[in-house]
Ligand binder design. Structure first.
Ligand SMILES: [Zn+2]
Ligand SMILES: [Zn+2]
Length: 473
């Protein structure tokens, strides 16, 4: 199938507008479940182009959908909205916060959200011009970093009528793989004991902090007896006030990850037993607060293959000498070994070893790869065939969730990756809308992979998204 230049032309013609939206969102840098102004920025753009917008669903004020067209097939594009705490950064190659301690787009979600926006509008335009039937839908998804938004939106049934979803993430390579991630549960254990003066009458105290510490000891012993790819990590979110007061309250926040949802549930159950054991030992009690849970990513071979072909046909961005110089300075902030590690881990072709900004597109193989992190795109991929890729918007080797990432996301390196991704999404979306064989193959692949493993929301009954999880700015 030849490139549908209509979509690519639309993105080129509106490149400046898209860069403006991206930069505005980058400046707003709102954290999870507080992305009201970012959502407003995107919905206004979509409303002005005739999309039907619905907002504030699944208990999240910043969640929205915007649809255009009617009937099937329905193609979905995902926009993520949230920034990360503490990563405020000027578009400078050296560490320079705009406001010290404020949030910043250290995961590039401003680029992600804007390219999906551009793709939705470009697809709409071509559907109009070429009389293509179906529906194009943009999903404004809050709180990806805390793994909440899409899981709650899936539970609400917002993806029930969608035929296929295309998604991407800012990264250091133009790449598409059959990639799996870990499923996860995010849960807090809050212990309650009895306070007393730690020196005068410690015998009257029952320390909630002791319970937290003993729980962590138990969890660290549990590590030996969980599957290799599983992960347990924790932070103590409340450890008491002063040493001379026996803490009546203490809290620990756990993530449990594993490739299979079932394994996450099993490890979570064992962790709950450990919490109960710690409470018994210390004569305290505990409550569990379930914050979030999500599935692993489910790859889709026909969509992945198609995306790779489209990426090759469009061709990755070219970088100017100014951008290469910017990248060179950014690269001074991390070790050269870090760059090599990333390149080797990806088994990148020889020429990539000479690059700071990725040129071209990674070769495609059908080898399935695994990353230990998690994303709530996982839940979408278990209910809708989902194709996913990455585009280079940052310097090879730089850490994710970093000021370096925030810097590149607010300047031309990020803009170029964003526009490239928008073109790939749009072209991919049009192929799905107009090639019923491709869509049927994608669905068949999805059916095979999910057979015998019906999706069941990880969220407990009565779950309410924790709007107060992150401090307000
Ligand atoms: Zn992230
Ligand atoms: Zn992200």
């Amino acid at each position: 199938m030849a490139l549908n230049t209509g979509a690519i032309d639309w993105i080129e013609a509106h490149a400046h507008e898209l860069e403006e939206v991206s930069d505005k969102m980058w400046e707003l840098a709102e954290v999870g479940l507080q992305e009201m102004r970012s959502a407003e920025l995107l919905t206004e753009y979509l409303r002005n182009r005739g999309f039907h917008v619905e907002s504030g669903m699944a208990g999240m004020p910043s969640a929205f959908t915007a649809s255009w067209g009617s009937g099937s097939p329905v193609i979905g594009f995902l926009g993520e909205l949230d920034a990360l705490p503490g990563l405020s950064q000027k578009p400078s190659p050296r560490r320079e916060p705009v406001h010290t301690g404020a949030p910043g787009h250290g995961c590039g979600h401003n680029l992600l959200a804007t390219s999906a926006l551009g793709a939705a509008c470009a697809v709409q335009e071509v559907m109009k011009q070429q009389n293509i039937s179906g529906t194009v839908r943009y999903y404004g998804c809050p709180a990806e970093e805390t793994l909440i938004g899409k899981v709650a939106m899936v539970k609400e049934g917002l993806f029930d009528d969608v035929d296929a979803v295309l998604d991407w993430h800012p990264n250091v390579f133009n790449d598409v793989r059959l990639h799996w991630s870990n499923a996860v549960n995010s849960v807090k254990f809050a212990f309650t004991g009895r306070t007393s003066h730690a020196a005068s009458d410690p015998e009257n105290g029952r320390s909630a902090l002791d319970a937290v510490e003993l729980m962590n000891v138990g969890a660290n012993y549990l590590r030996e007896h969980i599957p290799q790819k599983a992960r347990i990590h924790y932070v103590i979110t409340d450890g008491g006030g002063e040493p001379n007061v026996v803490p009546a309250n203490a809290e620990v926040w756990y993530y449990v990850r594993a490739p299979e949802r079932q394994t996450v549930e099993e490890i979570h159950g064992r962790l709950r037993n450990i919490a109960a054991g710690a409470a018994l030992m210390t004569e305290t009690s505990f409550e569990e607060r379930f914050l979030a849970g999500c599935y692993s990513l489910l790859p889709n071979l026909p969509l992945t293959r198609m995306i790779h072909q489209v990426m090759e046909e469009i061709g990755g961005p070219q970088w100017t000498s100014e951008e290469k110089e910017f990248a060179r300075i950014v690269a001074e902030s991390f070790g050269p070994d870090q760059r090599e590690t990333v390149i080797k881990a990806r088994k990148a072709p020889a020429e990539v070893h000479q690059q700071l900004l990725h040129e071209g597109v990674m070769p495609f193989t059908e080898e399935e790869t695994f990353g230990a992190g998690s994303t709530d795109v996982g839940d979408v991929s278990w209910v809708v065939p989902t194709g996913r890729f990455t585009a280079a918007t940052a310097v090879i080797g730089q850490p994710g969730h970093s000021w370096q990432f925030a810097a590149c996301s607010g300047m031309s390196i990020g803009h170029k990756g964003m526009k490239f991704a928008a073109k790939v999404l749009a072209e991919g979306g049009l192929r799905i809308l107009s090639d019923s064989k491709l869509l049927e193959e994608a669905k068949e692949d999805w059916r095979k992979r999910t057979a015998g493993n019906e999706y069941k929301t990880p969220l407990p009954d009565g779950y309410v998204p924790p709007l107060d999880q992150l401090p307000r700015h």
